[in-house]
Design a protein around this ligand. Structure first.
Ligand code: ADP
Length: 160
């Protein structure tokens, strides 16, 4: 049986912390789907299309990784995609409580889908999309923390 995992998140935008999880995840699973999970009522910096375009560029050299978007219950998406793993990354302690809740509700919703956590690479311990957006919005350099295409898009966005 093929091991297919879904890596869901906002990816607003994708950071090198996310890329680290994707790279390691691609070696663990036969197929990995990076899923822009969105809520149409929630405000975001980049549109779903922009976020997908950046992810697609970043993953272009990984043969077993693809990107998709979805609004709804994650376990439903996973089931339709034939995936039985939800992959999540863990950073500082602050991630733990929310991730615990999410994993438990998803298990309650579908016992066949298991959440797997990967510890962040130490370099990305404090890297989050929010903090990167904030730094970039004030003209700070986020080079080295995000893929090149994201750095470019952030500069374009905040130049205006
Ligand atoms: P959210 O679920 O809050 O929208 P994100 O979209 O930013 O979170 O991230 C999706 C997943 O990637 C989450 O599991 C999150 O913990 C993880 N993640 C985010 N940033 C990093 C990082 N720097 N290192 C490892 N994992 C990360």
């Amino acid at each position: 049986m093929k091991k297919i995992a879904v890596y869901p998140g906002s990816f607003d935008p994708i950071t090198n912390g996310h890329v680290d999880i994707i790279e390691r995840g691609s070696r663990m699973f036969d197929e990995l789907i990076v899923l822009v999970a969105y809520n149409p009522t929630k405000k975001s910096l980049f549109t779903v299309e922009d976020r997908l375009a950046m992810i697609t560029e970043v993953i272009k050299n990984y043969k077993n990784v693809r990107a998709d978007c979805f609004s709804g219950l994650l376990v439903d998406y996973a089931k339709n995609a034939g995936a039985n793993v939800l992959l999540r990354g863990l950073r500082a302690l602050s991630d733990f409580e929310y991730e615990f809740q999410l994993a438990l509700i998803n298990r309650r919703l579908n016992r066949d889908v298991e959440t797997v956590f990967m510890m962040t690479g130490y370099k990305w311990f404090y890297t989050s999309s929010t903090i990167i957006n904030e730094a970039a919005s004030f003209g700070g350099s986020v080079e080295g923390l995000v893929p090149e295409i994201v750095d470019r898009k952030l500069k374009e966005k905040y130049k205006k």
